[in-house]
Design a protein around this ligand. Sequence first.
Ligand SMILES: CC(C)(COP(=O)(O)OP(=O)(O)OC[C@H]1O[C@@H](n2cnc3c(N)ncnc32)[C@H](O)[C@@H]1OP(=O)(O)O)[C@@H](O)C(=O)NCCC(=O)NCCS
Length: 169
Amino acid sequence: MNKARSSYLKSPQLQLFPMQKGDVREVAELESRCYEFPWTENIFLDCLGVGYCCWVYRLNAKIVGYGIMSVAVGEAHILNICVESELRRQGLGRRILERLLTLARSHRADTVFLEVRASNRAAQYLYQSVGFNEVGVRRGYYPAKKEREDAIVLALSLLSRRDNDTGNR
Ligand SMILES: CC(C)(COP(=O)(O)OP(=O)(O)OC[C@H]1O[C@@H](n2cnc3c(N)ncnc32)[C@H](O)[C@@H]1OP(=O)(O)O)[C@@H](O)C(=O)NCCC(=O)NCCS
């Protein structure tokens, strides 16, 4: 790993904030750079409106990553994790994921679920690296250039990982 680039994770200029409505345009711009079929600004606004856990990481004030998760009785769903492409493979994706898992535990979720494109190996490796397991497939779940693409459904049990976190949102 490139040491100069990897140092940003320890930088005091990398800061975590709850996502605000005023962040949504910048978040949607990052989303558009990272996904072929990006969420719209309205989807992010809806996530904020219904009270999902929505967090952004800023590096030198610029949004470089975000994570979104819904939590209901007993279970949480990770809906989106994204990192600026030139800052990947340095641990920020895992840091965002761990943050969401801490929040899920603090909300007393037993299980965390997510869907990931069958072709998205990077994300699958990330989720597997913290213990997610495949529990199903949703056929044709995602839009794709040709026809549609399957989603792999992954789940992580938090029952053996309970702690006394008191995180918010
Ligand atoms: C998936 C994503 C969030 C990972 O972010 P990241 O900051 O690169 O992740 P990390 O550096 O924390 O990587 C953690 C682990 O994930 C795995 N991983 C991440 N990217 C990988 C890649 N391109 N190839 C193989 N493994 C990868 C590795 O196990 C890695 O650990 P290692 O670097 O010690 O080997 C990022 O690639 C991204 O934003 N992709 C576009 C949006 C997206 O697809 N989001 C997921 C939707 S379900």
